[in-house]
Design a binder for this molecule. Sequence first.
Ligand code: DX5
Ligand code: ZN
Length: 555
Amino acid sequence: MGLNYYHIKKNVLRARKLVIKSTSLAGSGHPGGSFSMAEILGCLFYKFLKFDPKNPSWEDRDRLVLSKGHAAPGLFSNMAVAGYFPESEMESLRKFGSKLQGHPDLKCPGVEFCGGSLGTGLSYSIGIALAAKIDTKDHHVYTIIGDGESDEGQIWEAAMTASKYKLDNLTAFLDRNFIQQDSYTEQVMPLDEELTGNNISEMWKDASRWKTGDKWRSFGWNVIEIDGHRIEQIELAITKARATKGVPTIIISRTVKGKSIEHMEDNPQWHGKAPDLDIVPLINLELDSQFMIAPSIIAGDMTNLANEVKRCASGRADYIHLDVMDGKFVPTKTFDHSKIKELRPLTVIPFDSHLMIAEPVKHVRDYAEAGSDIITVHAEVCDDSSFGEIHDYLKQNQVGVGLAINPDTDIPEWSYKFLPTIDQLIVMSVVPGKSGQKYIPETHEKMNKITSILQEQKFTGYIEADGGVNLENIESCFEDGARAFVGGSAIIGKPDVRESIRDFRNQILKARRKTLIKKAHQLGGAELVNKWIGLHVVGEKKDQLAKIAKEEKLI
Ligand code: DX5
Ligand code: ZN
C-alpha cells in the first residue's frame, strides 16, 4: 500500500555508510557517483527489484545492470544491505582476491555485468531484454548509465536499437550529476547546454537549458525527468515506466555528485577519491544528521487545503504534515481521512499524518488507505496492545510508524520494545490543539532525557520537532537531536513557502556545520577542524565554516 519511504531511506543511509567505510579502508574508489545514484538504487533494491539473495542466478529475477561500473561501491553496499553477502565483506573492497573489485565483476554472485568500460552496459541490457522477449519472460531490465558515459557513441547506437526493438521491458536511468572524471560534463561534452564557468547551479536553475530529454525523445524513448534524490519521484517514475508499453523508458534523474556530504557535493574531485580515515567519523555524523522539513497545512487556509498542499509542493517540502484533530483527544476539529484521500492525488510528496484522535487503533486503517506515508499516533491514547496492533499493521502495509508525546508525557515504558522499529517520534513542544502557539522552552531539557533513552533503546528513526518551531529556535531543536521539523505558522503562515523552507534549511545547515566542527575539534583539535574546513572547496562553504569555527573559538 505505502511507499515504504522510511525503510528505503534507512537502507540508503546504511549503504552510504558502507561506501564510506569501504572506500576509506581501500584508500581508493568512487564515492561521488555512488552517492548520486544512492536513492535510485535504494528504490530499486527495497521496492521494485525481484531478486533472491540466496539464489542470485534465479532465472526470473529482474536484471540490474550498472553500466557506470566505477560506482561499484554503491552497488556492492546495497547488495550487502540486501543480504547477498555480509556487510563486513565490504571491508575487502578493492583488495587482491576479493570478489568486490573496483568495478563490478561476475565473480561476485548477483552482479549482472562487468562494468567499467564505459558505454557498453546499455547494449548489454538490450541483449538481455531481447532474450527475455524471445523467451516470453516477464522480468524487467534496469540499467544505470552515467552522463560522462553518454559521451560514448555506443550509448546512442544502443538508444536507436532499443527503440527499434520496442524494448518496453528495459528502463534506463541516467544519473545526471553533471560531473565526469575530468570536469563538468557541460564543459567536456554538453548534454544540455554548454556551461561557461564553474557554477553548475546555473544549469539547475534554468530548465530551458535542459536538452538531454529531447535527445532521448528523438531516439524514440519514453522520457521521464525527475529529481533523482526524491524517493517518491523515483517510485512514481518506475511505476510509470513499468506501465509504458511499446517503447523503452529513460528516467533522467537530476542528481548531485557526492550527495549528502557537503564537501563532496558537486565537487569533481570526489569522482574517484576516497575519504581519509580521520574524517570518516565526521562523514558518518553528517550522514546521521540528514533532516527533513514538514510544513503543517492547518496553519494555512483551512477552506482551501488543496492550495496549501500545492504551496508545499512548489516550496519543495520534504514531506507534508497533516494534523488530524477529532474534537475529543484535543478540543479542536480539523479534518479526517476523507480529506487526506482527497488531497492525495495532488502531489507525491510523502504525507506525514499526525493523528490527534482518541482510539487511533480503530481508525488507523482508514488513514493508511487514504494514502499516508507515515502515521503517528499519540502515546496518551495507546497501550502496549493497541500500539502493537497499529505498529504491525502499518509495517505490513509499508507505511511508516510514528509515536507522539505531549509536552507533559514521557516516553512510556511499554513503548520501549517498539523503539528500534519506530520510524518517527514526535516530541510536542506545544500543547496540541492548534498552530501558532509559542514553543515551550522546557522541551529542550526534556530532549536531553529523551535522546539518551532513545539511544539506549536503539531507536533509529527521526525525532520530529512539532509546535512553535521557527527560525529562532530551530538551531537548538537540531542540537537537541530533532531531524524532522514541522513548520506551521513559520512556513505555511508566511506568504512565500519556498523562501521559508529555504530559510529553515539554511538555519539547520548552520547548526549542523557547527555540530560537525565541534566534533572535529573533539576528535583532532584545531588541526582536524582546519582540515575539515579545507575540504569544502565548492562555493562559499569554506568561508561559512571558518566563520563558525572562529565564533566557537575552535581555530
Ligand atoms: C499542534 C500541531 C502542530 C502545529 C504546527 O497541535 O500538531 O503540527 O499545528 O504549527 P506551528 O508550527 O504554528 O506550531
Ligand atoms: Zn502536528
